[in-house]
Design a protein around this ligand. Structure first.
Ligand code: NAP
Ligand code: FE
Length: 366
């Protein structure tokens, strides 16, 4: 056994976790910059809770609420400029993966006069500001990972940066904040979390500890499938999904993702398919592709999901997410050429080629 285990994030999980632990939010200075999306902060109730704690503690704050879905470097640049002018002591990200990932970039740019493209060098003269993460979706696990995934229009893809200093210092995880999510986003983001657990479990970089988290996350997803299909989202289900997504994040914090995410980025970038749904579309063929190379682990996944075989997995995915994907030969070749360049492609348990990726994507279309 040989592994490294580190999670730089203190997790406070449960109803009212911000209101009941105000000093955990106010311990990082006198000026806070809140980074959020146009609706997620307000609709979830997380913004109000955060502001009430900041006001009581006499902390000055400014809000940047223009983070787009799948934020690009221009969007990040604007947020970075706003941060340099406000000069905060710490950054509070509120929202789904998009605002949380953006908050990590802002934490770097607030104290480093950089072009956003230089974020990907991953070495920063000044240590990024402390980040507090408040998720309002149950999917990306960004609250417990160092990764920030940004859209790069210069090279037509999404790319991640992050190092030990971009782990959020604290994650406040209140399932109530996910109650305002529309059914489709609830399901797409849950499928993203499942994809983290499965890809991490089947990654060459998986560790004994990450495997425990992965199987537990997959188990919990298995318990939630019926309710997800019926769109029955009570508090208990929200709680389970948020916990599962956190476990998925803890998995990829150690293993990274692999080819599902690598190929899925093109489905989002070129076709506008939401991130989790993009992963869900590809997952059945990904499992088939890897089956002979990871039989025992894939059987464990199916068992945890209470499914008989990969075909049943595909049927359930079809019920959960809308897959009407069609790709031309030119699109398949382009997407595979981009995905093979992602470092994460080398972490797949089976040595993967561009031709393999073309086949997986082609077999995933309708
Ligand atoms: P998202 O892009 O953050 O949000 C999707 C939509 O849901 C947005 O319209 C958002 O509104 C809305 N929303 C969020 N919370 C809501 C709430 N409580 N009530 C009502 N609406 C709400 O979606 P996501 O799937 O969570 O994040 C996707 C991003 O995360 C992608 O860029 C992906 O690449 C990245 N990601 C990161 C990691 C990581 O480790 N860091 C892992 C996987 C994926 P607003 O527009 O108002 O925000
Ligand atoms: Fe993801």
């Amino acid at each position: 056994m040989k592994f490294k285990y580190e999670i730089g994030t203190k997790i406070l999980f449960g109803e009212r976790c911000i209101l009941d632990n105000p000093t955990e939010l106010t311990a990082y200075g006198k000026r806070a910059m809140i980074v959020t999306g146009s609706n997620s902060g307000k609709l979830s109730g997380a913004l109000d809770d955060t502001i009430s704690v900041l006001v009581t503690a006499g902390i000055e704050y400014s809000i940047f609420s223009d983070i787009q879905n799948n934020p690009d470097l221009e969007n990040i640049n604007e947020a970075g400029k706003a941060a340099r002018s406000f000069k905060p002591d710490f950054i509070i990200g509120i929202g789904g993966g998009s605002p949380l990932d953006a908050s990590k970039a802002v934490a770097v740019l607030a104290v480093n006069e950089l072009e956003p493209v230089e974020l990907f060098k991953n070495v920063f003269k000044n240590t990024p500001l402390p980040i507090i993460a408040i998720p309002t979706t149950a999917g990306t696990g960004s609250e417990v990972t160092p990764y920030s995934i940004l859209t790069r229009r210069d090279i037509n893809t999404k790319m991640s940066f992050g190092n030990v200093d971009t782990f959020p210092k604290v994650a406040f995880m209140d399932p109530r904040y996910t109650e305002s999510l529309p059914p489709e986003v609830t399901i797409n983001t849950a499928v993203d979390a499942l994809s983290h657990a499965i890809e991490g479990y089947l990654s060459k970089r998986s560790t004994p500890i990450s495997d425990i988290y992965a199987v537990e996350a997959i188990n919990i997803f298995g318990d939630c499938i019926k309710s997800l299909i019926k769109n029955k989202f009570n508090f208990e289900l929200r709680e389970k999904l948020l916990y599962m997504a956190m476990l998925g994040g803890m998995v990829i914090a150690h293993t990274g993702t692999t080819i599902v995410h690598g190929m899925g980025y093109s489905l989002t970038y070129f076709k506008g398919i939401p991130h989790g749904r993009a992963n869900g579309i590809l997952m059945k063929e990904y499992l088939k592709y890897n089956y002979d190379h990871a039989k025992e682990k894939i059987e464990n996944i199916l068992k945890a999901l209470k499914m008989k075989n990969i075909f049943e997995f595909g049927d359930i995915m079809d019920l959960l997410i809308n897959n009407d994907l069609k790709l031309s030969k030119v699109e398949l070749e382009l997407y595979a050429s981009l995905a093979i360049k992602q470092r994460s492609a080398s972490y797949n348990i089976r040595e993967v080629t561009e031709e393999d990726m073309i086949r997986i994507m082609k077999d995933s279309t309708k």
